[in-house]
Design a protein around this ligand. Sequence first.
Ligand code: C2E
Ligand code: MG
Ligand code: MG
Ligand code: MG
Length: 286
Amino acid sequence: RAGASMEPALQFFSEEMNQRVREHLRIESELREALANGELMLYYQPKVSLRSGRIVGAEALLRWRHPVRGLVSPGVFIPVAEETGLITELGNWVIEEACGQIRRWREAGLAMPPVAVNLSARQFDRGLPQRMADALERHQVRPEQIMLEITESLLVRGAEPVVAIMNELVAMGLALALDDFGTGYSSLAYLKKFPISTLKIDRAFVVGLPHEENDCAIARAIVTMGQQMRQEIVAEGVETMDQMAFLRDLGCDQLQGYLFSQPVPAADFERMVRAGRRLALALPDR
Ligand code: C2E
Ligand code: MG
Ligand code: MG
Ligand code: MG
């Protein structure tokens, strides 16, 4: 009978589920401790202008220095934090830490470019503008020094409150970037409803440049549309000179990726800016 032969598979499946649940619970409780014990830190990845080659910003990316497991990537713990709701506390820590870092740079007399922080859709509630205002005030940070990266999942949820909250943030002087653009479910029609000033082309479409025709077409379409809508376009995950040259020729504004730098601790990012490090936009003449 079919039922009998199904049994082992079902048992296997539920054992696997059990393990997943246990793993999630473990990560959740360890993440709570991590927050309390100061095991979290922000790394900074430069954003570089494709016109000047200069560093014009940075994205702050969460890192977890686990006492046993070493550096844990956000791909592992952010999904758990999203599921358990811990992302709210994590997100608040990120905002606080980024503002604190900007303040330390200012107090050290350094001119540093704006920092973008990632926001989870779950952080996007009516209290967000006030929480942002409090953090800015506490650290005497100007709103132009912070950018907020959001994802398409938020637009799809797209009800009135989301637009109202975005408008409030923008009115405060905070700029919004749409992250991982092209990978979500939002239609282009959504875009014009939201006060978004920057589009980030997802790495998924950058990886095949300049050889994959489809990736080229998508990158070209996004850059063209962004120009029409007066948005800044940032390409994510740029790793090669060929990708860079293709994006530069399209008129893409900025790039972020291993070609220039991986995400690095604040002190390393600071050194890069102080040294005036620039991206070579052309191969040296010979
Ligand atoms: P994201 O916001 O799209 O960040 C870009 C990711 O691409 C980062 O991964 C970065 O290290 C990686 N990346 C950048 N350039 C390259 C490249 O040239 N090649 C490759 N292979 N990868 C590149 P990371 O740091 O592991 O973060 C993964 C994701 O975790 C982020 O994607 C973001 O969605 C989430 N995340 C990170 N920090 C936070 C945070 O503070 N809050 C929230 N809500 N999410 C965060
Ligand atoms: Mg991001
Ligand atoms: Mg991204
Ligand atoms: Mg991405």
